[in-house]
Design a binder for this molecule. Structure first.
Ligand SMILES: *Cc1c(COP(=O)(O)O)cnc(C)c1O
Length: 400
């Protein structure tokens, strides 16, 4: 095992000073049970072989790395490569941890998966995993998001999930989290809460990272196969931070590889106009763990806004807060405008329509290519953009 991961997190789930589990008392034994089960299963060859089988025969892994020849040429400087998580079944990296969470639930004797969803991407991935394992699935979603993201509601229903409409408060992600958590508390003996990123109370930031490590493991081998050397820069967008942790973990012990996380700067640096948590956040707590959080004047989680709803979260995975603090990963931002430009360019120049989330990583690569002549940049194309094409073209047209 790599040296970085040996004590990361510690037994209480802390990455340095971030992480932990600030749980309501009734959930303490439930999370202890999840931690114990994961501890055992992550060392079980039966569990790991099942996961390997699923990844190969259901998800279609390994996903390739593509050399982005035209984009590299147009950007001028570095050679740009993409790890193609858009080619993972259901079109994004999220299925990597959802299948593993469902497999964990099965081994724990659970029969049901519960979660919230914002744009519906996590809900679709978890509903897919539940269908595969023949489990019940209950997805909580704000009424506003249900209207906005209707195709994903249809997908979840086709996959057999029940979608619970949440009508409290702003009727979006935060209320959906509260609603899903409340429902989970009442049935934690038979259900597992399927958290959608490297966030939430311990052990989820660790587990979801471990389930996403496959991205970095494959990418490191594939890149060396293609180029007989490691990439100089490795880059991923950061919402909660799962696709970034997945890719970074393959290179975290390589001191010559620069790791870059890209946060969404939305329309401006004003609080409420972006979701750049590491760049503008403060030490605080959200959803039962300590991390950097974007807060309003009362110290409560601030409203966030970006074109890429999958990046709309006022917190960030505790491991990212730690990696930022120790200076191991560089975090910067890309605006809505830069992401949109990258969305159009990758589509028309390479034949790959990226998710707006992933377009933030593409934007960073295009911008930084000029500053790194002769170097190579490997970005995580975390998902495909089919979900975004109606919104983008109806709002902004077809680009230049
Ligand atoms: C959800 C999502 C993200 C953001 O989640 P992370 O946990 O930060 O990876 C990024 N890209 C795509 C395609 C997504 O669906």
């Amino acid at each position: 095992m790599s040296s970085y991961f040996k004590n990361m997190p510690n037994r209480e789930g802390f990455f340095g000073e971030y992480g932990g589990a600030m749980l309501p008392p009734p959930l303490v034994p439930q999370f202890a049970e999840i931690t114990k089960a994961y501890d055992e299963l992550s060392k079980s060859s039966e569990f790991l072989n099942e996961l390997k089988y699923i990844r190969k025969h259901f998800q279609g892994r390994p996903t390739p790395i593509s050399y982005l020849k035209n984009l590299s040429k147009a950007s001028g400087g570095a050679q740009i490569y993409a790890k193609r998580e858009d080619l993972n079944h259901t079109g994004a990296h999220k299925l990597n941890h959802c299948m593993a969470e469902a497999l964990l639930a099965k081994h724990m004797g659970k029969t049901k998966l519960i979660a919230e969803t914002g744009a519906g991407q996590h809900g679709v991935a978890l509903a897919t995993a539940a269908a595969y394992f023949g489990m019940e699935c209950e997805i909580h979603m704000g009424a506003v998001d249900i209207k906005k993201e209707y195709p994903n509601v249809v997908r979840m229903k086709l996959l057999g999930a029940s979608v619970v409409e949440v009508t409290e408060g702003a009727q979006t992600l935060k209320e959906a989290v509260d609603s899903a958590f409340g429902s989970y508390m009442g049935q934690a003996d038979k259900a597992l809460f399927g958290i959608g990123s490297v966030v939430g109370p311990h052990p989820f930031p660790m587990m979801v990272r471990d389930f996403q490590k496959i991205v970095g493991q494959e990418a490191r081998e594939q890149f060396i196969d293609m180029n007989s050397e490691l990439p100089d820069l490795v880059v991923a967008c950061v919402g909660g931070g799962s696709n970034a942790m997945g890719l970074f973990s393959g290179f975290i012990d390589d001191d010559d590889v620069e790791l870059h996380g890209v946060e969404p700067l939305g329309t401006s640096t004003k609080m409420g106009d972006h979701a750049a948590t590491i760049t503008y956040g403060v030490d605080s707590a959200i959803h039962a763990f300590k991390t950097l959080v974007l807060v309003d004047e009362n110290g409560d989680p601030a409203p966030v806004n970006t074109l890429a709803s999958g990046l709309d979260y006022p917190g960030v995975g505790p491991e990212h807060a730690h990696l930022h603090k120790i200076g191991k990963v560089n975090y910067s931002t890309a605006t809505d405008k830069e992401a949109l430009d990258a969305f159009y360019k990758l589509s028309s120049m390479e034949g790959i329509i990226p998710a707006l989330e992933s377009a933030h990583a593409v934007a960073f690569a295009m911008r930084e290519a000029k500053n790194h002549p002769g170097k190579s940049i490997l970005l995580n194309l975390s998902g495909r953009g089919d979900k975004d094409i109606d919104f983008v073209t109806e709002t902004y047209g077809f680009g230049e």
